[in-house]
Design a protein around this ligand. Sequence first.
Ligand code: SF4
Ligand code: SF4
Length: 193
Amino acid sequence: MTVAERLYLPLLPGLLITMRHFLGNFFRLRKPVTIQYPEQRREYSHRYRGHHILTTRPDGSVRCVACFLCATNCPADCIRIEAAEQPDVNVEKYPIVYEIDMLRCVFCGYCVDACPEEAIIMSNNYDMAFYSREQSIVGKQDLMKPYTVDPDRLGYRPSFPEEAAKRNAMRRQAFDLVSAARQAAGQPAAPVA
Ligand code: SF4
Ligand code: SF4
């Protein structure tokens, strides 16, 4: 062992780096990368996949028709549905039990994609803290809670009206460009798509 090693001198560069970071953070010389959650919150995408919402009809009944497509497509096998007959003859079934195990869910959104009724969507609510395993299994009433359908707190869902409007505008623009090119070439305008 050399004299420098006996004096632990090779450790100095590492200690200096640690000290630099410590002093920088201590005297707030740089912007912290962390935030003071929950007082401060980050802005997430409007497609954020958070806590699920079971949507309702205008009369407040659940839209879900208990077709099991969401549960069948769920890769985490965390949706449990029990179907019951609907008194309304226009609707075949409804879920008497609808539960999602939030600790097993991987928030992939496949249940939303699979649903033919837009009966399940996702909010951008990521405040999910549980004190027991049982609490993490969220039932139908909690999934239908009105606070989660605040339009500002909606997340991933099958239809995004603002994006549909943008797509239509782009289609119209492309159609106009094709029509202009055809007319310039002496051809009839493009047929309406
Ligand atoms: S988000 Fe994915 S994992 Fe979670 S319930 Fe839906 S399909 Fe299952
Ligand atoms: S949430 Fe949608 S996919 Fe799932 S059972 Fe209900 S209707 Fe079917």
